[in-house]
Write a protein that binds this ligand. Sequence first.
Ligand SMILES: Cc1cc2nc3c(=O)[nH]c(=O)nc-3n(C[C@H](O)[C@H](O)[C@H](O)COP(=O)(O)O)c2cc1C
Length: 174
Amino acid sequence: MVAERDFKDFMAEVCTSVAVVTALADGLPHGTTVGSLTSLSLRPPMVTVALGRRSHLLAVVRRTGRFGVNLLGAGQAGLAAVFASPVADRFAAAGWEADDGLPRLRHAPGWLVCRTERLVDGGDHVLVLGGVTRVALAPSAAPLVYGRRAFGTHCALPHHAPPSITDQIAAFAR
Ligand SMILES: Cc1cc2nc3c(=O)[nH]c(=O)nc-3n(C[C@H](O)[C@H](O)[C@H](O)COP(=O)(O)O)c2cc1C
């Protein structure tokens, strides 16, 4: 038996990207913050996102069979919080436009257009398998990352030169 607290503490150590997944129904935009965006396949290009069974966005994705992925940048933690909160109009805080019939946030550095290929039940979530039909990326933007229960960004480690061969021989001789 796994304690829920232990599982949550473990998963808090798993850093994720942060994206707003969107869909459009009857002219109205819907969007939810996710940390579950994962690459699934290269040929053909596919991603997955896990949405809670009771997610309003999931209901719209079930109906429309399509969704967009807005990959957020380091300056967009506020937007991520809004799209995870119960405010009435999440899109009021964000400039957006319909792109390929899906809501695209104006300043998000990454954008995917996806067709829902399959929905797979997984406990209290549903795994949405999406076939990617379009990709757009602003390459220089620093990503928004969520880990240890806080927003942050990615930072590359300084390059460490491998130890010289003489150091390695000396280490073996010890
Ligand atoms: C950083 C972060 C990551 C999240 N990741 C997910 C996720 O992957 N799947 C999910 O269903 N909810 C996730 N949530 C919670 C949803 O954004 C939140 O429950 C939202 O209110 C659901 O909205 P909806 O019912 O309109 O879909 C995340 C929240 C935050 C702040």
